[in-house]
Design a protein around this ligand. Structure first.
Ligand SMILES: [Zn+2]
Length: 430
């Protein structure tokens, strides 16, 4: 769902910047002490992580807000491990994303995310520590700088969403909203990096007082799950962390050399109790999104409303309702659903964007401008810039319209093509 060409263009800019800075060379791996080729200095890496972290979160469902205590819990476990890592000084952050795909990732500089879809698969705190310890090693050992291409790093935060819009009206945008939260960042590390992350992650686990068997059980679970996995979310996790019996065996051997520790099963089960309770609600929502892709809009509406009944705090259930009501041309009801979504989660770009695009089409220009501008504060998208262009054009503000269209015109998809046409039209008139 990430537009590759945009990713490449941004990549070219980033590469040019790092070449200008003149820092490409050898560095010592802070975890293993070995000399390695490094594409970036550590300060460049940290800056890249800081810049891309909020954007990467936005494109993958945003922060999970229904149970803030879970955020605090995951963060506290993460920091316990980070403190005993080989690079405790990195600006570590840990976030739970509102995403059903079982996945976890690390951006350079210690910016780490774990999806709620992975947390519900874990049994205890030691298994969570295994996930987070593994990701901490990717950051601390600078695997991104050493082994990942910059495109992959940047791909995590690329804000461009590949909606296939031949949209003549709002109705065709219905699938757009439901696409915003569903993407998954898949980091591809080499096999050596994965083994290194398992190994040193277990070392951090033991140092922080966790039972390193948690890493054994985690890998065993992944092997089991991958056998039954045919489609859906699990594949995303396994693409980045391929499960194998040899990884299980390596962990078994390594655990023998480490001190045993706590599993904190009851603490973990308490921390994810709300998520477990809400599993049915999120299942309804995921089914609704799948129904939208099949254009089964009535079924999707029923499902997302069932989800609302089970967990009324979850904004995405109302955002999807808004998309579906707009598709049915029930515009006032759609605006009401979007209002609820925005109130329940004002920090997700797509809640503002979808309402802004609807307001623009309904000629509510003042409201549209507010919503669209607000969406770009969280994530700049070609859609927001295009519709801002429409708003300004309708208001007779050609100069502002042109500058918005020019930004949107950089997109390589349909929205970019439409923006290019407006740039030409306005340019030749002015
Ligand atoms: Zn990994």
């Amino acid at each position: 769902m990430i537009r590759r060409s945009i990713a490449k263009r941004l990549l070219a800019t980033a590469v040019a910047a790092s070449v200008t800075a003149g820092i490409v060379g050898c560095a010592v791996n802070p975890v293993t002490g070995k000399k390695e080729l490094s594409l970036m200095s550590q300060s460049q890496e940290v800056a890249l992580g800081v810049e891309q972290y909020p954007k990467a979160q936005q494109t993958q469902g945003g922060e999970y807000l229904v149970d803030p205590a879970l955020q605090a819990y995951v963060s506290s476990v993460g920091h316990k491990l980070a403190k005993v890592s080989d690079q405790p000084q990195l600006p570590y952050e840990f976030v739970v994303l509102n995403n059903s795909v079982p996945n976890a990732w690390a951006l350079p500089g210690g910016k780490i995310a774990v999806n709620r879809g992975l947390l519900v698969l874990l049994e205890d705190e030691a298994e969570l520590a295994a996930v987070l310890g593994h990701e901490i090693v990717h950051a601390a050992a600078r695997h991104s700088a050493a082994a990942m291409s910059q495109q992959q790093i940047l791909g995590a935060g690329i804000a461009i969403l590949g909606a296939t819009t031949q949209n003549t009206g709002y109705g065709d945008l219905v699938s757009l909203g439901s696409q915003f939260g569903g993407s998954a960042y898949i980091a591809k590390y080499g096999r050596d990096n994965e083994l290194e992350s398992d190994r040193y992650g277990m070392k951090y686990m033991a140092a922080a007082g966790y039972d390193p068997q948690g890493a054994v059980r985690l890998q065993q679970k992944f092997v089991e799950l991958s056998k039954g996995s045919q489609s859906g979310g699990l594949d995303a996790l396994f693409a980045s962390h391929p499960p194998s019996q040899s990884r299980v065996n390596a962990n078994v051997e390594h655990a023998k050399k480490l001190a045993t520790g706590t599993t904190n099963r009851s603490q973990y089960q308490k921390a994810i109790a709300q998520l477990k309770k809400d599993a049915a609600a999120y299942k309804h929502y995921d089914d609704a999104v799948a129904a939208v892709q099949k254009k089964e809009y009535d079924r999707a509406l029923t499902l997302t409303r069932q989800a609302q009944k089970l967990q009324p705090k979850e904004a995405s259930f109302y955002a999807l309702e808004g998309d579906l009501l707009a598709q049915k041309k029930q515009y006032q009801d759609a605006l009401a659903s979007y209002e609820t979504a925005v109130q329940k989660n004002p920090t997700l770009f797509s809640n503002w964007l979808m309402r802004g695009m609807l307001n623009a089409q309904l000629k509510n220009y003042t409201a549209a401008e507010r919503d669209l501008q607000r969406s770009t504060q969280y994530l700049a998208t070609p859609h927001a810039h295009y519709y801002l262009g429409q708003v300004y054009e309708q208001q007779g503000n050609t100069k502002s319209a042109l500058s918005q269209y020019q930004i949107a015109a950089q997109d390589s998809g349909d929205i970019g093509t439409k923006a290019q046409a407006r740039v030409q039209a306005l340019g030749s008139n002015g």
